[in-house]
Ligand binder design. Structure first.
Ligand code: NAI
Length: 722
């Protein structure tokens, strides 16, 4: 046993401590799965009366499966014998856990900290679960396109009933110990540090070593023929479809595990689950989601693109210029990370208002139980709200978040630079102005960089780091260390119009406007947008962003780059709407009309401006429109790669999903091109270009790749037969 240590006490209770060597967090690596057989062998020994499963690490029990291997073989599209062989390997853990469950002696899981995915499935295979009040459990597999494949779908359904089990698995969200206890997934909640003792007490108190479902006459709670179960079974598939439009095979297969497994004996039910797990793991969605939502995202969070050789940079003190919406949020995340923060605005009142934002976030956190009053006070004490630039002295980094105005930004850059050391970083949070140009106002342009946060800053994980022409590698490394301290996921991009995220995101909205100009009914446009897996349709999204802002950005683009025309095309749609005072959700009037307490209605004047000629949707039309919306973004992302704005597919994909909610099932726009196949994608978009114009012309990079038969990511590895 390499990943567990164990002791047997005077009562014959074996306590196994899960402790994967060389890792900060336990995961089920192949060798840890192999150890499960050894655990069973120990429990079978005569001297052993029962077993406790616990963690040897203080940060929790187990974070789940080791995704390296699963990711490499995902989406390989295995069939026939190869699929059957892969099933043996992928169901190994499930059978090992079943052996623990049927070992014939009481087994208890003692959970401190997190038990997620495979970690929670391990605990579910025990006969009893004791958790510390600080424990969190959950089955997040769905967020990477998978389903719990080691008994999780079957045991949660039997313990908590189908409704609660489906909610847990389809949301993927972790729940705390109290909630898990209320659902029947945890048997007892104890003080932190007391789980192992309570687990042993359960065994010595005569704990039962047989799972309820292994007894004769067992009835699943809330089964399909019960009053509470029937509606769940009847509506689950429809509910899943209504929410995700069939984009996530994992969700459908989770529901199938529940339907098909509920009435079966556990062994047969586990076989159903194992088959559906493998089928799910073989989908392109699983491959794309494991890669982008987990592997790439983690690599970026750890600073994958950080220039080597620069010593780690600790930001002890940082200043934020401008205490508006963005500055207030940035100050909060800095202070939360333990950074002494100077928050500056033009009036004391404005600076105080920015600090008050943090107080508000903390208050909500206290109400939700995610923070304490003491922690909140300590955080607030780190924010110094002032108008005095001299307070910046000694800051390791400055973030500028004043109005989007070149002259003003130049002025505050000079004022702040005069206060800070020659090693300190100066970052601009501009969303549209070229970084290299803003750096022109700086005394030390090598120390100047873009750090583009997203709103709301405390909740959005992504930051876009923009490297200007003169930005030094040291500055980039320092900026990345700062982002890591803030627990953000940075992508690194080179300076360009709209950088990466805004530039590609804009194409989603403009393609929606193109459809409006094509005479397609607005309801169809927005429906199709949601069907692609985007969080909102393009017109609703335009209303949310604010139409006057989009119009201003378009205007700036025309001035700076000579692209677009205010008297025609999609730019004119924005001009027209602003002219009619339809600014979007912010004034209650955009493409839709918003009235308190009523569902939004499409603006009835819209059809006068853009007459509808296509009112009925057909499956063919839907498919074409979906492709237009997704491919338009994918082409722009590929152009960004072609131009060197983004340098790795990883940054493009993670940036799209975290930045503007690009269809997560696809793994991002570059993954999408790979799933279609580069050559096929080029053929399809060339046909679109013939029908709809040059905006669909694939960039040279794609043409070259198609000709060479290349893909952005390596092809999946066929699973080694176990
Ligand atoms: P805002 O209008 O809410 O805040 C700007 C703040 O800067 C105001 O409080 C203003 O009083 C202050 N200010 C003006 N002159 C100043 C000076 N000389 N010294 C100190 N403070 C001064 O604007 P918001 O939305 O926070 O945007 C700020 C920057 O962040 C802009 O460059 C914007 O493009 C960028 N940005 C905005 C995002 C958004 O979603 N709103 C997202 C990402 C970036």
């Amino acid at each position: 046993m390499q990943n567990f240590t164990y002791t047997v006490d005077k009562d014959g209770i074996a306590t196994f401590l899960f402790d994967v060597p060389g890792r900060t967090m336990n995961t089920f690596t192949e060798s840890a799965v192999a150890d499960l057989d050894a655990i069973v062998a120990v429990i079978r020994e005569d001297r052993v009366t029962g077993a406790v499963l616990a963690s040897g690490k203080d940060n929790g029990f187990c974070a789940g499966a080791d995704l390296g291997e699963l990711g490499e073989t995902a989406g390989a599209g295995l069939t026939g014998d190869a699929l059957a062989a892969a099933l043996k390997g992928s169901s190994r853990m499930s059978w090992a856990l079943r052996a623990i469950e049927t070992v014939g002696k009481p087994v208890v899981a003692a959970l401190e900290g997190i038990a997620l995915g495979g970690g929670f499935e391990f605990a579910l295979a025990a006969h009893h679960r004791v958790a510390s009040s600080r424990a969190k459990v959950g089955l997040p597999e769905v967020t990477i396109g998978l389903l719990p494949g080691a008994g999780g779908t079957q045991r949660t359904t039997r313990l908590a009933g189908p409704r609660a089990a489906l909610d847990l698995m389809i949301s993927g969200a972790p729940i705390d110990a109290a909630k898990a206890q209320a659902l029947g997934l945890i048997d007892a909640v104890v003080e932190p540090g007391a789980a192992i003792a309570a687990a042993k007490a359960w065994i010595t108190g005569g704990g039962d070593g047989v799972a309820p479902w292994d007894r004769k006459g067992y009835q699943m709670p809330g089964g399909p023929y019960t009053a509470e179960g029937a509606p769940v079974f009847m509506t689950a598939a429809a509910q899943i479809h209504a929410k995700s439009y069939g984009n996530y095979p994992a969700q459908k297969n989770i529901a199938r595990c529940v339907y098909e497994g509920f009435g079966l004996p556990m062994d047969a039910a586990l076989r159903v689950e194992a088959r559906l797990f493998l089928a799910t793991q073989q989908t392109p969605q699983a491959r794309a989601m494991i890669r982008s939502n987990f592997i790439s995202k983690q690599a970026l969070a750890k600073g994958a693109a950080r220039p080597a050789g620069v010593p780690a940079y600790t930001v002890g003190k940082a200043a934020v210029l401008g205490a508006g919406m963005m500055g207030a949020g940035i100050a909060y995340v800095q202070a939360r990370a333990g950074i002494e923060t100077v928050l500056i605005d033009t009036s004391q009142e404005g600076a105080d208002k920015g600090k008050a934002y943090s107080a508000g976030v903390i208050e909500k956190g206290i109400a939700r139980g995610t923070t304490t009053a003491e922690a909140g006070d300590a955080l607030l004490a780190r924010i110094h709200a002032t108008t005095d630039y001299a307070a910046i002295a000694g800051a390791d980094l400055v973030v500028e978040a004043v109005f989007e105005d070149r002259a003003l930004k130049a002025e505050v850059t000079r004022r702040a630079e005069a206060q800070i050391g020659t090693d300190a970083v100066f970052a601009s949070n501009t969303s549209t102005l070229p970084i290299s140009e803003l750096a022109g106002a700086a005394e030390r342009p090598a120390n100047f960089i873009g750090i583009h946060f997203f709103s709301p800053v405390d909740r959005m994980e992504l930051v876009e780091i923009i490297v200007g022409k003169e930005t030094s590698p040291e500055t980039l490394a320092k900026a990345m260390d700062y982002c890591r301290a803030l627990k953000k996921v940075p992508i690194v991009v080179n300076d360009s119009r709209g950088f990466y995220t805004s530039r590609v995101f804009e194409t989603y909205i403009t393609e929606g406007l193109e459809m409006l100009l094509d005479g397609i009914a607005p309801a169809i446009i927005d429906n199709v947008g949601r069907m692609t897996g985007m969080p909102r349709g393009p017109l609703e999204l335009a209303d949310d962003v604010a139409i006057d802002l989009l119009d201003r950005i378009a205007g700036q683009r025309r001035v700076d780059f000579g692209l677009g025309d205010p008297n025609g095309g999609t730019d004119k749609v924005l001009v027209d709407l602003v002219g009619a005072e339809r600014l979007g959700r912010k004034n209650g009037k955009g493409f839709y009309t918003y009235a308190k307490g009523e569902p939004k209605r499409l603006w009835d004047g819209l059809a006068d401006l853009y007459p509808v000629t296509v009112e009925r949707s057909t499956p063919e039309l839907v498919e074409t429109l979906k492709r237009r919306l997704l491919y338009r973004q994918a082409i722009e992302a590929a152009r960004c790669m072609d131009e060197g704005v983004v340098t790795a597919p990883r940054d493009a994909d993670v940036g799209a999903i975290l930045g503007w909610g690009f269809a997560p099932w696809s793994g991002g726009p570059i993954s999408l091109i790979d799933s279609v196949g580069v050559a096929e994608f080029v053929a399809r978009t060339r046909a679109f270009a013939a029908d709809h114009g040059d905006r669909f012309t694939p960039p040279a990079l794609l043409e070259r790749m198609a000709a060479a038969g290349d893909s952005f990511y390596p092809a999946p590895k066929a699973a080694a037969a176990a």
